[in-house]
Each structure stands twice: as structure tokens, then as C-alpha cells.
Design a protein around this ligand. Structure first.
Ligand SMILES: Cc1cc2nc3c(=O)[nH]c(=O)nc-3n(C[C@H](O)[C@H](O)[C@H](O)COP(=O)(O)OP(=O)(O)OC[C@H]3O[C@@H](n4cnc5c(N)ncnc54)[C@H](O)[C@@H]3O)c2cc1C
Length: 201
């Protein structure tokens, strides 16, 4: 699809339908699946990807309650009463999203806006507030931006970065079992721990 969405929110749910992560910001639909800042951050919380079934719920209009969104759609509809449904959503969402949303809404794209029922509109509102994606897997490790796992921080002296187990062995960056959100934190960890390890050794 190749589409960037800004100002969206996501919820990650586990197999028990419990929300384990929420975020607000930017994401992308890519040819391989979902990506972008909120998705990368969310992936850090899907620790048991092999055994759990995670769902991502995407809210396209997090700034509006269902009631406010319904009023907004009603307003858009009132300006397009004699148009086909498929031609009434231009103001509400990016062009590339219109066809998939129409398909998911199960409303006939050629239906005249003035004959869309209240229950169809309610279903559309619920869809825009909660599009569900089943998480199949991560991308391959070669494409990872940061990895969790590595040398346990408890085995490192934090004032020198020297191993508590092997004298004269210093650690920095990615090899340590720390991982942070995308946005510069991992580079900061690498720079700071690298500086400390370098000056200490
Ligand atoms: C695509 C991508 C985007 C990223 N974006 C961000 C971001 O926006 N913000 C952020 O904070 N972090 C980001 N990161 C993560 C960040 O780049 C890493 O956490 C950080 O670079 C780790 O630094 P490091 O020095 O520990 O490891 P590395 O940068 O991996 O350096 C390790 C070096 O060791 C070399 N090496 C490996 N084996 C040997 C060997 N046997 N002998 C000699 N040399 C060897 C490697 O060639 C490499 O140069 C991104 C990573 C990727 C891949």
C-alpha cells in the first residue's frame, strides 16, 4: 500500500484480549506489513511472538470520540447526499485508505449517501476507531533496528562498563541487554556506554 498515517493511535492486545501497549503517533503500511515509529515501539512489547497471538487495533481518529466522529461523518455526508458512498470520504481519510475502508465497512460503494442507514454509519464509525490486525510475525532479524538480549547489566560495573566476571573486558552498546524505543535512545546508549568503556579501559 505504501501509506504513512500521522496522529493515529494503536493498542496491542495479547491472546487474553488484555491491552499490553498503547501508543500515539505515526505508522506506515508497507508492502511487507505494518511499520513506523509506533509499530517499532509496540514490537518491543510483543515478547512472546512465537507463543502468543497479538492483535493491533488501529484508531484512525484518536482525537474524536465515537459520537464526535459520527457527527463529523454526518456533516460530510450532508454535503454529499446525492453522491455515491465511495465519493464521500475524501475529507475524512487519505485517498489510498478509501477503497480498503469501504471494503471493510461492507457498505456498497455505489450506494447513495442519502440512503446509508444509521446502523451502517455506526459500523463505519466503529471501524475507523478500531481496525484490527492480526500479528503474524516480526520481520527477519537482519532487518531489526535494535535487538533485546545480550550481556546482563547485572554482570557489568556501571561506572566503568567492565565485566564483573572477566577482568579487563569492557562492553558497550548493542551487546548489552538493553533496548530502547526508536528515536535516538539506542544510539545514545551506544555513544554513552562506548565513551565510558573507552575511557575506562
Ligand atoms: C536501520 C536501522 C535504523 C536505526 N535507527 C535508529 C534510530 O533512529 N535511533 C536509535 O537510537 N537507534 C537506531 N538504530 C539502532 C542503533 O543504530 C544501534 O543500537 C547502535 O548503532 C548500536 O551501536 P553499537 O556500536 O553497539 O553496534 P554497531 O553499530 O552494530 O557496531 C558494531 C560494529 O562492530 C563491527 N563488528 C562486528 N563483528 C566484528 C568483528 N568480529 N570484528 C571487528 N568488528 C566487528 C560491525 O561491523 C560494526 O561496525 C538503528 C539501527 C538500524 C539497523
Amino acid at each position: 500500500l505504501g501509506l504513512t498515517l500521522k496522529n493515529i493511535s494503536i493498542k496491542v492486545k495479547n491472546s487474553k484480549n488484555k491491552t499490553i501497549y498503547t501508543d500515539f503517533g505515526e505508522m506506515m503500511f508497507a508492502h511487507f506489513g505494518l511499520t513506523g515509529p509506533v509499530i517499532l515501539s509496540a514490537s518491543a512489547h510483543m515478547k512472546n511472538i512465537k507463543s502468543e497471538h497479538y492483535m493491533i487495533e488501529l484508531d484512525l481518529k484518536p482525537g474524536l470520540s465515537e459520537k464526535q466522529l459520527d457527527e463529523r461523518i454526518l456533516r460530510d455526508f450532508s454535503e454529499n447526499l446525492n453522491k455515491d458512498f465511495k465519493n464521500s470520504l475524501n475529507k475524512l481519510m487519505p485517498k489510498k485508505l478509501i477503497d480498503p475502508i469501504i471494503e471493510m465497512s461492507e457498505i456498497d460503494p455505489l450506494k447513495k449517501v442519502n440512503s446509508i442507514t444509521k446502523s451502517e454509519r455506526t459500523a463505519l464509525v466503529k471501524l475507523l476507531k478500531c481496525i484490527k490486525f492480526s500479528v503474524v510475525d516480526f520481520c527477519p532479524i537482519e532487518q531489526a533496528i535494535v535487538t533485546s538480549g545480550g550481556i546482563n547489566v547485572k554482570e557489568i560495573n556501571p561506572s566503568t562498563m567492565e565485566s564483573k566476571i572477566v577482568d579487563g573486558l569492557f562492553f558497550a552498546g548493542e551487546i548489552i541487554d538493553v533496548d530502547a524505543y526508536t528515536g535516538g535512545f539506542n544510539l545514545q546508549i551506544a555513544f554513552s556506554s562506548g565513551f565510558l568503556a573507552g575511557t575506562s579501559c
